[in-house]
Design a protein around this ligand. Sequence first.
Ligand SMILES: [Zn+2]
Length: 352
Amino acid sequence: MSQKVSRRAWFSSLRTLMTSGAAGLAASSLSTSGTALSQTSQLPTPSIEWTGRSYVHPQKVLLWENTRKEYREAIESGQVKAAIIPTGSTEQHNEHLALICDTACATLISQQAALRLYPQVKVSTPCPLGYAPYHMARKGTLTLRKETFTAYVYDVIKSLRAHGIRTVLVVNGHNGNHGPLLEAMPEWRRTLGMTLDSATYLSGLREGDPEGQRELAKFLTSYRLLLEGKLDSMARRTGMSHASEIETSILMAAYPDRVRPFTMEEYDQAKLNFESGFSPEVWEYVEPFKEQRGPNVANPENPRDRARQEQALFATKEKGERLITLATDFISDRLQRMIQAAEKGTPWPEKA
Ligand SMILES: [Zn+2]
């Protein structure tokens, strides 16, 4: 339903837009998104995404925001070549980030990549929970069993396939899901006969890739300190994987309401203990991971939790914007190659 926008408000919005440097935006996109215009001279916040030369409403690529008519017509037109399934977690992200962080980040990157490849890609409803038993020592974490998580993702892929999707990329936002997805892929490819893959959204840069780490070290303080050998403890060297500079920056850029202010004084005053004193019910989740670490691995939870909190202080909105762009490049490139492989009938994954 579109609201009538007064002529004066329309012109004053356009003037604001022109002076803010976005003079190229077609007037037609303003008039078609009438609900986005307020009666004031300020443009409201809904994001305007550029994909090639024309404006696409960012919700258009989200399967669950389509009507059945819109989705059916998109599929039947042959324009939709692939789908993304975002997977995340609802789990503790230290003292300052909302528990939905991983799901929100995976969905954001999926949406950005789909807009970049519009109209070829739809984003399915995200999986909001993941495999996170090792975070259960912090209240608020919800975890699925590994088999529940993989069964969920499999069922979503199968539903997409039933309606004509033959290429699916799972875009993951939570490290605990990474292994189970990679493990499941070969069998799913065999069973379903699809072009299938999964990628954790920054894994192209973070894992075992020195060049990627150098790229991150150009603008992330924690990675620079790591490469310079200036992180003096195991806790500090491994703290950046969760709730620290990367995730805090991304949420500051995209969802500032999901980041709370904090100080290290407040953190220390809370006297948190994640190494002992759990109820038997919590211990059941946490114990297997304690044993896996072994007595000689000096990476206890308490200093690592504190290191994450410290490194989160390096986060900025600008770093978040850069991270979102890098992750979107990585995911859209992967998906584009998958679409090409499916069209050519060549196997996926590509042979190295
Ligand atoms: Zn996270």
